[in-house]
Design a protein around this ligand. Structure first.
Ligand code: THU
Length: 132
């Protein structure tokens, strides 16, 4: 699957966002190495803290279907904001543990696009090794 196709899937996922409070819509798509892919969207809640972000939803969907970091090729994250939305702090923590550091992250709005890698999200992460 090309990067543009993966981004198109993320925009499809964004249509499933449930964001009645912020009205800010996020979609994501995780592409696995075997070709399977998983959608995620932000899902809000009247108890705002219970909200789940789009990229976390997509990664959790992949993990829920048995995929792990080494099975995942890349992730696309899109939003309908006026500029590219980088992952929030909680998502940076989650993506840093559940994806490999060299996994590409395609980020886009309808008008701009940028690619980074998981390692660009957060230095010196608190990770599983810290619990040894
Ligand atoms: N949101 C995401 O889905 N991903 C991010 O990385 C940033 C924020 C969502 C959460 C909430 O539903 C809305 O955007 C506004 O914060």
């Amino acid at each position: 699957m090309t990067d543009q196709e993966l981004l198109q899937h993320a925009f499809k996922a964004m249509e499933n966002a449930y964001a009645p409070y912020s009205k800010f819509h996020v979609g994501a798509c995780v592409l696995c190495k075997d070709g399977r892919y998983f959608y995620g969207a932000n899902i809000e809640n009247a108890s705002y803290g219970a909200t789940n972000c789009g990229e976390r939803s997509a990664v959790f969907a992949a993990y829920s279907n048995g995929y792990r970091k080494n099975d995942i090729e890349k992730i696309a994250i899109v939003s309908d904001g006026w500029r590219i939305a980088w992952p929030c702090g909680i998502c940076r923590q989650v993506l840093s543990e559940l994806l490999t550091p060299d996994t590409p992250i395609l980020m886009a709005t309808k008008t701009e696009q940028q690619t980074i890698h998981v390692r660009d999200l957060m230095p010196a992460i608190f990770g599983p090794e810290d619990l040894d």
